[in-house]
Ligand binder design. Sequence first.
Ligand SMILES: *Cc1c(COP(=O)(O)O)cnc(C)c1O
Length: 361
Amino acid sequence: MINCRQSIESLRPYIPGKPINDVKQEYGLSQVIKLASNENPLGCSDKAKEAIVNALDEVGIYPDGNASYLRKALSKELNVTEEQLIFGAGSDEIITFITQVYVGEGDEAITCTPSFPRYASAVKLMGGHIIEVPLKNYTFDLNGIVNAITDKTKVIFIANPNNPTGTIITKEEQLDFLKKVPKNILVVMDEAYSEYITDDIFPDTLSILKDYPNLIILKTFSKAYGLASLRVGYGIAKESIIELLNRVRGPFNVTTLAQNAALASLKDKDFLKQSIELNTTIKEWTYEKCDALGLDYIPTFGNFIMIHIGVDTLEVFQQLQSKGIIVRPGCFLGLEGWLRVTLGTQEQMALFFEKLTDILN
Ligand SMILES: *Cc1c(COP(=O)(O)O)cnc(C)c1O
C-alpha cells in the first residue's frame, strides 16, 4: 500500500446532490427541479452564450493564462489595478491558493460553523487546523472569531452573506472587526452573493481595501451571473498578496469559454438587473408563503433561504426528490430541522411549496 500524506486522511470527497438526469431516471419523472446549489434560475446572459459559441473555434488552443481582457474590464469596472486581481476556476480554487500560500503544517485558520465547507477542507489539505466558531443567531460571530485568534492564526474566512444561513455582517460590524484583527492575519471576505444585495447596511468592502493590507475579497460568476458550470471567480487584494497567490496558480486555470462568457456577462447589466429583481420578488413571495404556512425561516440576503420544517430533514429531502424537487437538507449542513432552498422561479417555488405541504401533512 502507498501511504498518503497524513493531512489527506481526514479529508472526505465532496458529496454533491444527484444530477437532474439521475433523479429523472431513478423516479421515472419527466420534470425535475433543482433548488439545491444556489444556481441562477434564469441561467446566464444571452450575450454570454453568444460569446461561448464564438469561442468554440479556440477550444484547441490553451487559454490566455493572464485572462487579459477580463482582467482589463474588471480592473476598470472596480477601479483597482490589474495586478490587484486573480482569477480562479471558481472562487473555490482561490480558497485553495490562499491556504497553499498562507497555511502550513500546524497553522490555524478560523471561520464559523455552519458555513461554506470548502474553507475547512482547504485548510486541512495543507495540514492546518480549522477553528470553527459556532454562528450566533445564525450569523457570523465576529467577537467569537477575535477571541479565537492565537499566534498560530494565519487566515480568517468570512462568508458574507453566509452560506447556508443567508445572514450578513454589516458595514459597521465589519469595520469594528477589521480594526481588531492583527495585520499579519489574512482576512478573506467571501462575497459570492453580494450582487444580490442592494441594502445600504451591507459593507462596500472594495472601498476599504486600501486601508486594510491584510484583506482579500472573493467574488464569483457562478451565482448572480449564472455561469456555475464554467468555473470562474476572482479575488481582489493588494498587489503583493496577489503576486504570492499567482505563484501557486496553474498557468491555464480559467478556460477560454469561461473568460469570454464572464467578460460578456460583465457587460450585460440588464441580465444582472433582471436576476436581482427576480430574486427579490421571489424572496418576498417566499416569506409570505412561509408566513401563511406557519413555517419559520431565516431572512436571507442571498439567492437561497433556510426554511424550518422541524422534522427529519433527510426523510423530507428524499420524499421531495421522489416528487421531482431537489433541495439541500439541513442534516448535510449542520442545521437539522431546516431545508436550504435555492430561490427559483415563481412556478418552481409554487411547486416546491405544494409538494412540501403534501409531505408535511
Ligand atoms: C457558491 C459559493 C462560492 C463559490 O463558488 P464558485 O463556483 O467556486 O465560484 C464561494 N463561497 C460561497 C460562500 C459560496 O456559496
